[in-house]
Design a protein. Structure first.
Length: 194
């Protein structure tokens, strides 16, 4: 929801963000989405994510390029959605660290089956829903440039080292692993920020 989150950025930067964002459902000044039900659904997801970050996150977000903003939203999704975190670290990062370095959709289906064996609500999902969940996740990876658009090859994030300052200051170095950075690049980032 990059477009929607960025549209709501003036509200996210305010001290009463949650109240103002909920008010946006009625007013539709920033989102410009005709359907009130769609606005409710989008606002509900954005409000859910708010509890995972502080005000400084949104101030940092506002100063980023589009690529940086999308990566910050990816970080927020990893924090807010356990399924996405599991997909990313149990499949994507694992594949990156293997000799294959490919994100085959079948691997995510297998991960989803494993999760469903332990989670009754996921087990009740239809095959269509499960397929859509995998598809959405892979599209996110393509959007942030971890996954090549034309195939399933993985690649490390290519963004200036200064981007990671927010994460290192907030003891969130794990996000460098999520961005598929090698140990040499991570070490350099940490050294630069001392």
């Amino acid at each position: 929801m990059y477009k929607e989150t960025t549209a709501l950025l003036p509200l996210l930067l305010s001290s009463d963000a949650e109240i103002q964002i909920k008010e946006e459902i009625k007013q539709n000044n920033l989102l410009k989405i005709n359907s009130e039900n769609s606005r409710k659904r989008i606002v509900s997801e954005i409000v859910k994510r708010l509890s995972y970050v502080d005000d400084h996150f949104w101030k940092t977000y506002a100063k980023q390029t589009e690529a940086g903003q999308k990566l910050m939203l990816f970080y927020l999704c990893l924090k807010a959605y356990k399924l996405m975190f599991d997909f990313h670290f149990n499949v994507t990062v694992k594949q990156w660290n293997s000799s294959v370095q490919e994100a085959d959709p079948y691997l995510y289906q297998m991960q989803l089956s494993e999760i469903a064996s332990k989670d009754e609500s996921v087990d009740k999902w239809t095959e269509l829903t499960k397929g859509k969940v995998v598809s959405v996740y892979l599209n996110i990876l393509k959007d942030i440039k971890i996954l090549d658009a034309g195939n399933y090859n993985l690649k490390a994030i290519n963004i200036p080292n200064t981007f990671f300052k927010y994460f290192t200051k907030n003891q969130e170095q794990w996000f460098m692993d999520a961005c598929l950075l090698d140990s040499q690049k991570k070490k350099k980032i940490l050294e630069e920020q001392l």
